[in-house]
Design a protein around this ligand. Structure first.
Ligand SMILES: NC(=O)c1ccc[n+]([C@@H]2O[C@H](COP(=O)([O-])OP(=O)(O)OC[C@H]3O[C@@H](n4cnc5c(N)ncnc54)[C@H](O)[C@@H]3O)[C@@H](O)[C@H]2O)c1
Length: 254
């Protein structure tokens, strides 16, 4: 049962690949760049997710793909279209062609970043994208929904909060995702039986002050261990929006 991790040389990917390899789980790292190191039992592959043929062959024989590759912040819209939207379409289409049934998509809390900080969201709350980046992540979620319902894939879209070693800013009291919770969450999302072909859930630790619902956590057996409240308070919250600085970003000049 092997898992392909796109963007496996990046921050979250490195943590996930190391955790999977430590569990003796067969893992294939796919990235534009070579990872700093490849743990025993893992295999590394340089490939671009803009290349559908390369992706399809990289997914051959895998049981799941955790798709983390892409631009992780605000950027010119054409670049986000290529790396994040076209790239996610390629991952889903390659999974369909290669017979990989489970796809985990790295979405983002910035899909709801324009909700104000003084309210907690319910599963019924509409998206409120705070950047072109967030729009690209919502497009990825919708592609996941389409492939789940039209082509029989099982897709879990994880709206990742703030992946950091420790909380470093006030907003992280609400949004923090610790490395050990992140790896447990992505592992479960890639392997647990699902109730529905398409699931969207928030990827955060068990933060006492969280803004987002824990819907879907039980379904995949995610039990977060960490809470930002257990760390020194990094000061008062001054953000207006749940997306913090992304929502205040003036937008890239094209
Ligand atoms: N880090 C966070 O707090 C956070 C929060 C929300 C969502 N996310 C999402 O999680 C994912 C991983 O985030 P990260 O912090 O590890 O980012 P990162 O920048 O550290 O890693 C992304 C990796 O993707 C690779 N990549 C980019 N374009 C590629 C392409 N065309 N083909 C192949 N590889 C490509 C990069 O080389 C890099 O190694 C991203 O999709 C990001 O949007 C991250």
């Amino acid at each position: 049962m092997s898992i392909v991790v796109t963007g496996g040389a990046g921050a979250i990917g490195t943590a996930l690949v190391n955790a999977l390899a430590a569990d003796r789980h067969p893992v294939r790292v796919l990235d534009l760049h070579a990872p700093e190191s490849v743990p025993a039992g893992a295999e590394a592959l340089r490939a671009d997710i803009r290349d559908l043929a390369a992706l399809t062959s990289a997914l051959s024989g895998a049981t799941a793909v955790v798709h983390l590759a892409g631009i992780p912040q605000e950027a010119p819209f054409p670049d986000l279209c290529e790396h994040n939207i076209l790239g996610t379409y390629h991952v889903l289409e390659a999974a369909r062609r290669a017979g990989v049934t489970r796809v985990v998509l790295a979405s983002s809390h910035h899909t709801v970043g324009f909700h104000p900080v003084d309210r907690s969201l319910t599963p019924q709350d509409a998206p409120a994208p705070d950047t072109f980046y967030a729009v690209s992540k919502l497009a990825g979620e919708h592609l996941g929904y389409l492939y789940a319902h039209k082509h029989g894939l099982e897709v879990v879209a994880v709206r990742i909060g703030s992946f950091r070693e420790h909380p470093t800013e006030p907003r992280h009291r609400h949004t923090w995702l610790s490395p050990r919770d992140a790896t447990a969450l992505l592992h479960s999302a890639a392997t647990a039986p699902l109730a529905d072909p398409y699931t969207v859930l928030y990827g955060i630790s068990a933060n006492t002050a969280r803004w987002w619902p824990d819907t879907g956590w039980d379904t995949i057996g995610y039990r977060p261990q960490d809470d930002a409240a257990a760390h020194p308070a990094p000061g008062p919250l001054t953000d207006r929006w749940q997306g913090g600085g992304f929502a205040e970003h003036p937008g890239p000049q094209l």
